[in-house]
Design a protein around this ligand. Structure first.
Ligand code: NAX
Length: 331
């Protein structure tokens, strides 16, 4: 039998955490034959609730679950972790300044970066979910210099999956037959959901999404804003932010990263920019990536027209601003 993999979930008593931990324990993240040990971290005010989640995990009698640690101690939480999913953070509350929220998250991610660096396994893979996701990941990277930079990523897979969902609904095709959309940039409303290279698998092969939709106006306006604003639409409907879809996307992100993307297809991940597509190095930016043997690579050579270029750059500019704001919080 395989050795268990230890997965840390921070903010595990929250809404995404509650949806995510059973998915991991059922094998949705690492596969149906991979035993897992769950480490769940939250803060003192949520300690009782976290205990309750642990009780439910035990009660669910998941065959793959080989151990559960529920703790408010960041060192205990990070100990020997192979995969860290960072969902815990400080949410923006009504009337709060952007700078105040940033400042809270900078201090959380700075501290947790050090704990991961010191106590997690040397090849630990990190996925930041908590907002501002790209910039929290960047802070984590800065303060965990011994973790390889390729191991620190943020979640834009939910946006990617939302884009697949919109195309599938529009064309009335299976969502699993829609491939190669790209989310560029920040996990925010400046993100750019791009269908220029997207395809639909058909009985005879494949067809470009632009050809099948045959409505550039919809693709260039409503489609983009629907994906960009989907989080707000969920809050309006549910009075709570996305949780099951975010948890599912986090599993997709890690699963594809660890197990690989099928040949000829890519996914979107927030990763440390190497300057590809003119995105300044030193930002965590969402790119199209393929994964193989636990390693991701940015898809190269995609044609970018003027319409896309402008949107790709705009999201990079927002991330530069966020980075400046985050830096000002360090002083
Ligand atoms: P909740 O408020 O339900 O849960 C957050 C949990 O984090 C709480 O239990 C809280 O006590 C805990 N927490 C706070 N500070 C912590 C710390 N220092 N260490 C450990 N735990 C800590 O929020 P939820 O709806 O679960 O969302 C979690 C985060 O995901 C938010 O930042 C949210 O904005 C972000 N999202 C990111 C998405 C993405 O695609 N990247 C989509 C969904 C979601 O909006």
């Amino acid at each position: 039998e395989k050795e268990p993999i230890t997965v840390l979930v921070t903010g595990a008593a929250g809404q995404i955490g509650y949806a995510l931990v059973p998915m991991i324990a059922r094998g949705a993240m690492l596969g149906p034959n991979q035993p897992v040990i769950l480490h769940m971290l939250d803060i003192e005010p949520a300690a009782e609730a976290l205990k309750g989640v642990k009780m439910e995990l035990i009660d669910a009698a998941f065959p793959l679950l080989r151990g559960v640690v529920a703790t408010t101690d960041v060192v205990e939480a990070c100990k020997d972790v192979n995969i860290a999913v960072m969902v815990g953070g400080f949410p923006r509350k009504e009337g709060m300044e952007r700078k105040d929220v940033m400042s809270k998250n900078v201090s959380i991610y700075k501290a947790q970066a050090s704990a991961l660096e010191q106590h997690a396994t040397a090849d630990c893979k990190v996925l930041v979910v908590a907002n501002p996701a790209n910039t929290n990941a960047l802070i984590l990277k800065e303060f965990a210099p011994s973790i390889p930079e390729k191991n620190i990523t943020c979640l834009t897979r939910l946006d990617h999956n939302r884009a697949l969902g919109q195309i599938s609904e529009k064309l009335n095709v299976h969502v699993s037959d829609v491939k190669n959309v790209t989310i560029w940039g920040n996990h925010s409303s400046t993100q750019y959901p791009d269908v220029d290279h997207a395809i639909v698998i058909t009985s005879g092969g494949q067809k470009p999404v632009r050809e099948l939709v045959a409505d550039d106006n919809w693709l260039n306006t409503e489609f983009i804003t629907t994906v960009q604003q989907r989080g707000a639409a969920i809050i309006k409907a549910r009075k709570l932010s996305s949780a099951l879809s975010a948890a599912s996307a986090a599993c997709d992100h890690i699963r594809d990263w660890v197990l690989g993307t099928p040949k000829g297809t890519w996914v979107s991940m927030g990763v440390y920019s190497d300057g590809s597509y003119g995105i300044p190095p030193g930002l965590i930016y969402s790119f199209p990536v393929t994964c193989e043997k636990g390693d991701w690579n940015i898809v190269q050579g995609l044609k970018i027209d003027e319409f896309s270029r402008e949107k790709i750059d705009k999201s990079a500019e927002e991330l530069i601003e966020e980075k400046t704001l985050a830096k000002s919080c360090l002083n």
